[in-house]
Design a protein around this ligand. Structure first.
Ligand code: OOB
Length: 547
């Protein structure tokens, strides 16, 4: 396995193989097999483009050879930042085939995030759009190539640099005659997902070919995906939910059709659902709410939908109860994480289970513990931290030995930071979380990361970021600041964060200045008190000055 990753213990890996869960197949080889079986069926619909399985496989082969010709080798890391376009799928599989490892960045990431991901992963390449939603990615790439020493090449969708710099390659020129025999290995890392962020900077989650192929096969089976299904990728494709739960890969594994939406707005998605006869899709609760409102207006033809998966953040039961009657299809609640574990309600579940729980883990190999403060197992009905390990859950973040000692138990359980209880009939209910994260819409924002940026402002001496409940986004970001000398203006603060290259969605929605922070008996900032005060604007703020 790639240096810096934590492999599963040998006896555990052997058991996963013996059980037929890990089959020694790489994702690149699997695409070849699917394209042989489903040759002339439509694999991908993206904008005006429709491509068959055979064409997809051929494009992947040519691009893999193209990457090899441009010096990308097995084990090389490549930051992949593309919106929902067909090229995302082609690039990802081309890199899988070569044995190179894409790092799935978000299209909304800016200098701060891309620099960190490129440095941490030791990336040699960066795949990006020339421009997207008015943002000059090419300019960002120029900066990254200048600032990150190991980064050698930028592959640009929509053209090269245009000024003769040969480190910039047009993605269209990543094309060569295919050659057989790439060295990708199934037990090795296929790609990196990003952690939802409990630490100041995002961590990299290694996903192996073996573990991801197993996840996708299991979920596609559980969701009854067939060649008749049409999956709408409404959320960003690089999100684990969209990519493989069953998502893009799960649909391809069964001969179905993947339709890529530029954004999850009801306007765009309802047209695609009607035109392409979409049967399955996955959204976060915020998007589900927008879809419900739009569907209640009437006029949309959603009759082809059979299943809407909702996950990524807490789905309020009132919203859950409206899904089936308004959208006219089954609801599946999904509790998942880029790190691995997926828990889902099932087709045969009764209405109460589907509306009020997040279902059960998808694999017989998933081990879940709900524990109290001393890591003791709690009985059903009691709320504690959810720990998990299993055949598609990581054993360690990439190059993060110190953090891993805290994030995992000695016997390899991942501490999710989520608070959950198990119902007497074995379903999980997510009750909250211990980790210092704001879940704004579907986006995970690390409080520590935003605080770190706020603290670089010369007028800010202390910063604490907490979630505040929001009707539309579920949560918003609320920043408490201590500025003893003088208060910065809001536009000034926003501008400062912007200049530091922080992605837009991480900017605090609201800022409040206080004289001091409330402290816990151990002298730590008491974020529970801060969060309660943020939720209740009328609450007193007379916290004693910190000593
Ligand atoms: C998904 O993955 P991530 O990595 O962006 O975020 C994981 C975290 C979980 O640890 C939990 O805190 C929260 O998001 N979460 C939920 C939830 N689903 C995820 N909290 C409450 N209820 C739910 N249903 O978000 C993700 C990955 C794959 C499939 C679905 C979601």
């Amino acid at each position: 396995m790639l240096d810096g990753c934590t492999p599963w213990p040998a006896d555990t890996a052997a058991r996963y193989r013996r059980n037929g869960w890990w089959r020694g197949e790489t994702l690149g080889d699997l695409l070849r097999a699917w394209s042989t079986t489903y040759a002339d069926r439509t694999a991908l619909v993206a904008g005006p483009d429709r491509i068959t399985y055979r064409e997809l496989d051929a494009r992947v082969d040519r691009m893999a050879a193209g990457f090899a010709r441009h010096g990308i080798r097995a084990g090389d890391r490549v930051v992949l930042q593309l919106p929902n376009v067909g090229e995302f799928v082609v690039v990802a599989f081309a890199l899988f085939r070569v044995g190179a490892v894409p790092v799935f960045s978000l299209a909304s990431h800016r200098a701060s995030e891309i620099r960190h991901l490129a440095e941490l992963s030791g990336a040699v390449g960066y795949v990006l759009p020339r421009e997207h939603r008015g943002f000059d990615h090419l300019g960002l790439a120029r900066r990254m190539l200048a600032e990150v020493p190991g980064l050698r090449r930028a592959f640009v969708l929509g053209g090269g640099s245009g000024d003769g710099d040969d480190r910039f390659v047009s993605l269209a020129d990543v094309d060569a005659d295919p050659k057989p025999g790439y060295p990708a290995v199934a037990s090795d890392v296929a790609f990196f997902l990003l952690s939802g962020g409990t630490t100041a900077l995002p961590k990299l989650i290694p996903r192996t070919h073996d573990d991801y192929a197993y996840q996708v096969r299991t979920v596609a089976e559980l969701c009854g995906v067939s060649a008749d299904d049409v999956y709408l990728a409404a959320l960003p494709v690089e999100f684990n939910f969209t990519w493989g739960c069953p998502g893009v890969i799960g649909t391809l594994s069964r001969g179905g059709t993947v339709v890529l939406a530029e954004d999850p707005s009801p306007d765009r998605c309802f047209d695609l659902i009607a035109a392409e006869r979409v049967t399955v899709t996955s959204v976060v609760p915020t998007v589900a709410q927008l879809w419900l409102e739009a569907a209640e207006w009437g006029g949309a033809d959603l009759s082809s939908l059979r299943l809407v998966q909702i996950g990524g953040a807490k789905l309020p039961p009132e919203l859950a109860a409206r899904i089936e009657p308004v959208l006219g299809c089954r609801l599946q609640q999904v509790f998942g994480m880029a790190e691995g574990l997926l828990s889902m309600t099932r087709d045969g579940d009764d209405a109460h289970t589907v509306v009020h729980t997040q279902g059960r883990p998808v694999s017989a190999g998933d081990e879940v513990r709900i524990v109290g403060e001393r890591d003791e197992d709690l009985p059903p009905g009691q709320v504690g931290e959810l720990l998990t390990r299993g055949p598609y859950t990581l054993r360690g973040y990439y190059r993060a030995a110190e953090h891993n000692r805290r994030a995992f138990t000695a016997d390899g359980f991942y501490r999710t930071g989520d608070l959950a209880q198990r119902t007497p009939d074995g379903n999980l209910v997510i009750e909250g979380r211990l980790k210092d994260v704001v879940i704004r819409g579907g986006d995970k924002i690390s409080a520590g990361e935003v605080e770190g940026h706020l603290l670089t402002h010369p007028l800010v001496s202390r910063a604490a970021v907490v979630p505040v409940p929001d009707e539309y986004l579920g949560e918003r970001t609320y920043a408490f600041l201590v500025c003893p000398a003088q208060r910065p203006t809001l536009p000034d603060l926003k501008q400062a964060l912007h200049e530091r290259g922080l992605a837009e969605y991480k900017l605090p929605d609201r800022v409040e200045f206080v004289a001091a922070f409330p402290l816990t008996p151990l002298g730590k900032v008491d974020k529970k008190v801060l969060a309660a005060a943020a939720a209740d604007r009328a609450a007193p703020r007379d916290w004693a000055p910190a000593t």
